[in-house]
Every structure is written in C-alpha cells, then in structure tokens.
Design a protein around this ligand. Structure first.
Ligand code: OOG
Ligand code: NI
Length: 405
C-alpha cells in the first residue's frame, strides 16, 4: 500500500517464506535435495500451477507458553496469516494442540499460500509434578523474540501495518526466532528426564527458541516423490499419510524423511563432549479438493475403518484400496453427492489449504518416536483460544465462502 507507506502483507509473507527457506536449506542440506527432487517431479506441470508451486510450502513450529503463542500470532498477522482450525493431537497421545497460521482470502492464497502449523505444548500432560514445574519455570524465563522484533510488532499495532522501510529488518528479526540453536538451555540430565516424559517436551523446553522443524514443498505427484526419496536413500517413512492415491486428489497426502540426529552442547558440556537431539526432518505434500462436512465425515469414517483393519493385521495397501473405493473418485459424482467444495458454477474443486489431525499425529510420531504418553480424551479448543487470545477460524466456513463467491 504505497499511499499509506505500509508494506502489503502478501509481499512481507513472500519475503519471509523465502528467507526461511534459504535459512532452512543452510541448516538442513537435505532440504535442498528435497526441493530439487520435488521441482523435478513437478516439471511436467505447466503455467500457473507450476509457478504457484515454486513458492508453495508449509512449515511447523512448537511453542512452549501462551505468551509465545500470542507473539507468533502477532508476527504472522503482520504477514496476513490468521489462525485457522484447531487440531487436538492429545487425542493421539502427542502432548500439544495446534492451529495453522495461513492467508484466508482467495487473492492472498493465490499470491502465496505459505502456512505454519503451530503447536502449543501441553505441560498438563506431564504427570510428574516436579518435572512439570521445572519445565514451566524454564519456559517462563525464555525470550524467543528479540527486543527489536517486539518494537516492530508494537509499531505494527500502532500503525495498523508495517511501514515499508522496516520490512527487511522485520524479516531478519522474525527469522531469528525460528533458527536452530546448537547449545541447549539445560544440562544433559534434565534433557534426558524431559525426553523420557515425551520427546516433544524435551524438544520444546530444552532449546532457546521454537526452531522450524520442517518446511514442506508441494508436489503434484507424491508417489513419484516418495519413490525418488527411496532412490536417493532419504529414508522416507513407510506409509504416505492421508487418503490413498486417486484420480481426483482429495485433502492432503504427506510423507516425510526421518529427522536428523544432530550434535547439541548441553549446559556443563565442553567442546568435545556433545550430546545429540533429533528434531528437524523433511516432508513433501500433495494437496487435493477441500471436502464438505459430508465428504469429510465419509473420509474420517473410512480412515478409521482402515486404521482398525491395519491394527488387526490387514495389508494397508489392499485394505486402503478396498475401503476407500466407497469414496467416489470422479468429479461429477463428488459434485452430485455434495462431497467436495467447487468454485461457484464450475466443476473446479477448491483446494484444501489445511492439515489433518490423524496425519499430523503420524508425522509427529514417526519423527519423535511414539513416547509413552497415554491418550487424553479432553479436547481443549476453548483453552487454546484463551491462550491464543483469539478465536481460531472455522476452515469449513472459509471453503463455503470461497465456493459461494
Ligand atoms: C508438526 C507435524 C504436523 C503436518 O504437516 O501435518 C505437520 C510438527 O511436527 O511440529 O506439520
Ligand atoms: Ni508438516
């Protein structure tokens, strides 16, 4: 917005996501390999889609406290990203609940749909009270935003946006929040105790900031990308999360390669006395049609059936094909049955821009190990929104509005 002197949030988001991608490529060289591999599998795509895919990715972070969550909400808001959806991972035994910060209107999504899956640690799931209090005290002392970034966020609040002159500065300071720290903020003993409670607790509590833990490019053919990952020895997880391969893709399919084990210096350790931590990994995703509540209910039912058959020993591939045959794989049938959202008056499905809780739990678990946590039945959307100091937007309402446009 030139007349006001404020930077267009879409431009700020694109600058930030590029800078984050460059930083992650330096931190995790395999991510660079993954980008090349995905560009190769997407090369057959042409025109708008290919262009859009060049910038399209999502990232993930995990924060420790409500005040950190509010800070990242303000930071992403300056880039035109709002909290969409609530994901209760506690139901799958992972001690976090999450939202996705992303642009919400069609114009912003078309420019750059960069999203960040953001999880808040649920320390209430740590059963050892002394350990829980120790972790809470460490997190309370932690400062994940530089003083300069806090000044800039205050400026954004005052001016109703970021003055263009500060854009470069803002990106650099924001980046700092998500960088990797090789020195932990705790000693090796406390790290081990927190990790025994759940690997995710150690990942959040023991470091100086919410390091970006993966950055995921979008592919048009995830099966080809998975095969290429195997060929290059990247050790992808054995199953692709989400729906089986279809002619008309729906929702989201994801695969990831194993997290790297990296040297870490814990408090009290010398130069030659390092520990290790496993945090950062790589992921690829393929996106398809956003589903209506009816379509989503059908997907959830079929997925639950698949999971229970696989748990009982069925072959995943065979059972997946058989069970998901009940979901029409044809644009016209999906339209007639009201299973997916389509652009008004067209047969063009609206793209799913969000995440899937069961898939996300699978991604967490394949990288952190299952941990020992019991599943927790109480969902806490309201508590999450209180800590976020904002409601989370309803993704279905956003798709319905896009379909009506
Ligand atoms: C987030 C895992 C979820 C996805 O794509 O479903 C996720 C994390 O590991 O912090 O990124
Ligand atoms: Ni992800």
């Amino acid at each position: 917005n030139r007349s006001s002197g404020l930077i267009d949030p879409n431009i700020l988001r694109t600058a930030f996501s590029r800078a984050l991608s460059d930083m992650y490529r330096r931190e995790v060289p395999l991510y660079g390999t993954l980008l090349e591999l995905v560009a190769e599998t997407n090369r057959t795509a042409s025109g708008d889609v290919a262009h859009r895919l060049e910038v399209e990715r999502h990232g993930a972070i995990r924060v420790g406290t409500a005040s950190e969550l509010v800070g990242v909400r303000r930071l992403f808001s300056a880039m035109g990203m709002q909290p969409v959806g609530y994901y209760d991972l506690a139901a799958a035994g992972v001690p976090v609940h999450s939202t996705a910060f992303r642009p919400t209107d069609a114009a912003a999504l078309a420019i750059n749909p960069f999203r960040v899956f953001t999880s808040l640690l649920r320390l209430d799931m740590v059963t050892d009270a002394a350990l829980r209090e120790e972790a809470a005290a460490i997190l309370d002392r932690r400062r994940i935003f530089t003083p300069r970034l806090l000044d800039l966020l205050a400026l954004v609040d005052r001016e109703g946006g970021l003055p263009s002159a500060h854009a470069e500065d803002f990106v650099a300071e924001a980046l700092h929040t998500f960088r990797w720290h090789e020195t932990a903020s705790v000693d090796a003993g406390l790290y081990r105790r927190l990790k025994a409670s759940h690997p995710l607790v150690a990942d959040v509590v023991c470091f100086r900031g919410p390091h970006i833990n993966h950055l995921t490019p979008r592919t048009l053919d995830i099966d080809a990308a998975q095969a290429a990952m195997h060929r290059l020895g990247m050790n992808p997880k054995p199953v692709i999360e989400g729906p089986p391969r279809r002619a008309v893709p729906i929702l989201l399919r994801q695969t990831s390669f194993q997290a790297l084990t990296e040297p870490v210096r814990f408090v009290g350790q010398g130069d030659h006395d390092r520990g290790t931590h496993t945090a950062r990994f790589g992921e690829v995703e393929q996106r398809g049609a956003a589903l209506t509540p009816a379509g989503r209910a059908l997907y959830d039912r079929l997925l639950a059936q698949l999971q229970s058959e696989v748990a009982a020993g069925a072959d995943r591939q065979e059972a997946g094909g058989r069970i998901f045959a009940e979901f029409p794989d044809d644009i016209d049938a999906m339209h007639e049955d009201g299973l997916a959202f389509f652009r008004h008056g067209t047969s063009e499905p609206i793209l799913y821009e969000d995440f899937l809780p069961v898939s996300a739990a699978g991604i967490f678990q394949s990288n952190l190990g299952p941990g020992t946590r019991e599943t927790l039945a109480v969902s806490s959307r309201q508590a999450f929104e209180t800590e976020l100091q904002s409601p989370t937007l309803d993704e279905t309402a956003l798709y319905a509005a896009a379909a009506a446009e």
